[in-house]
Design a protein around this ligand. Structure first.
Ligand code: HSE
Length: 405
């Protein structure tokens, strides 16, 4: 029997307990041993819940119990998750987590400890919820030099953008629904402002490129400025607005960015709706591959965590090598990155369009008959720096969204 402990009985932690309970026969068979939850750590009590029998409030009980071989960390956030994880790994226990914040910030160090101690730090659930992506990157795509990852990596923002587009609901109403369904973080800023997606693309890029990608170096914009009018424009030209996370190797180096992007139906991310996530990867010999599935929520995330528990059980005292080196990847400034730009301008198209063409060259005009006080245009593909310089010459720019079509 392999005894485990679950730290944190929140959305994901309680999901892990339920998944192990519901599917224990198959899980034990695949692990090659019986997995038993010995402790659940939480500050709260759950008097009418059978979990109460396993509940402890003191981490010392878990860390000092030599029978506990695997720890599931679903506390979230950096503290105290960092200290608990580090101590567990130093004790030779394996740790599985869904905690993207901790993996992005301290993953490199924690993986190093796991390697030295011949144990494992696994984090399949940290990116893409229930979608297998960390394991494929680590074991299936090893023949390739990966040169691009583009993904919809945040379920909450994708749910919000999809719902705003499909039924015209307000941002606040849709965000509240996402929180009620357990997709959004307690503090939704990390989702809405793009930081959650930024941490996830940093983790995936570190594993794909084999260098350390610091999430703090990644250019990040969220969806907080996207309005119902932007969505109306997007619809009018047959496009959708998605929060895309991209990291790419181009001629001059690597860049990474998270931002809302207008895409059309030719883009595989176009049909990724609601809380679903998708990750596109390009490898130099493989070509294109896409991973798609449930990107957030209690059970999809718990499914990935429990799969890691099974993997840890199969590799007790044997480290699974990860391609995440301590050498930091210097990311390019995004000023040299090229995009098309969808730009809204206040005023009359008849008066301003000549000037816009003089500054930007050939552009595609967009007008919506109900909007008489403004219009929009889409540029050709130009560098970010070039866009910025030219946009300063145009009066009345309301907003800009990158466009890839
Ligand atoms: N808040 C996250 C999301 C949860 O919406 O994608 C999964 O990491």
């Amino acid at each position: 029997m392999i005894q485990i402990a679950v730290l944190g009985y929140g959305t994901v932690g309680s999901g892990v307990v339920e998944v192990i309970d519901i599917n224990h026969v198959g899980i034990n068979k695949k692990a090659g041993d019986d997995i038993e939850i010995k402790y659940v750590l939480d500050l709260r009590d759950f008097p009418r819940n059978p979990v109460n029998k396993k509940l402890v409030h003191d981490f010392e009980i878990i860390i000092n119990d030599p029978d506990v071989k695997i720890i599931v960390e679903t506390i979230g956030g950096v503290n105290p998750a960092y200290e608990f994880t580090k101590r567990a790994l130093l004790e030779g226990k394996s740790v599985c987590t869904s905690n993207k914040e901790l993996v992005a910030k301290h993953g490199l160090e924690l993986l190093e400890i796991a390697k030295v101690k011949d144990t494992n730090y696994l984090f399949e659930a940290s990116c893409g919820g229930g979608i297998p992506i960390i394991r494929p990157l680590n074991s299936s795509l090893t023949a390739d030099e990966i040169d691009e990852i583009t993904g919809i990596l945040n379920g909450t923002t994708n749910y919000i953008l999809s719902k705003m587009a499909s039924d015209g609901s307000s941002f606040d109403k849709v965000l509240k629904e996402a929180q009620e369904m357990g997709y959004a973080e307690r503090n939704p800023e990390a989702d809405v402002e793009g930081y959650d997606a930024c941490r996830k693309i940093a983790i995936l890029s570190s594993l794909a490129f084999g260098y350390h990608v610091d999430f703090e170096d990644i250019y990040t914009e969220g969806i907080e400025k996207i309005t119902a009018t932007d969505i109306e424009y997007a619809k009018a030209i047959g496009t959708r607005i998605k929060l895309l996370s991209t990291s790419r190797k181009i001629e001059n180096g690597f860049y990474a960015m998270v931002s809302p992007v207008m895409i059309d139906a030719n883009n595989p991310m176009f049909s990724v709706q609601g809380m679903f996530n998708a990750i596109f990867i390009h490898g130099n010999v493989l070509g294109d591959v896409i991973f798609y599935g449930s990107g957030a929520g209690k059970f999809p995330t718990a499914s990935a965590v429990v799969a890691d528990v099974v993997d840890c059980a199969k590799h007790l005292h044997r480290n699974i090598r990860m391609n995440w080196s301590s050498k930091k990847l210097a990311l390019m400034d995004i000023s040299q990155v090229t995009n098309r730009f969808f730009v809204r301008v206040a005023g009359s198209r008849a008066e301003k369009f000549k000037k816009i063409e003089a500054v930007f060259g050939k552009v595609e005009p967009v007008s919506i008959s109900s909007l008489t006080e403004e219009f929009a245009f889409i540029t050709e593909e130009i560098e970010e720096a070039e866009y910025k310089e030219r946009a300063e010459k145009i009066e009345g720019i309301i907003s800009m969204i990158r466009a890839r079509f």
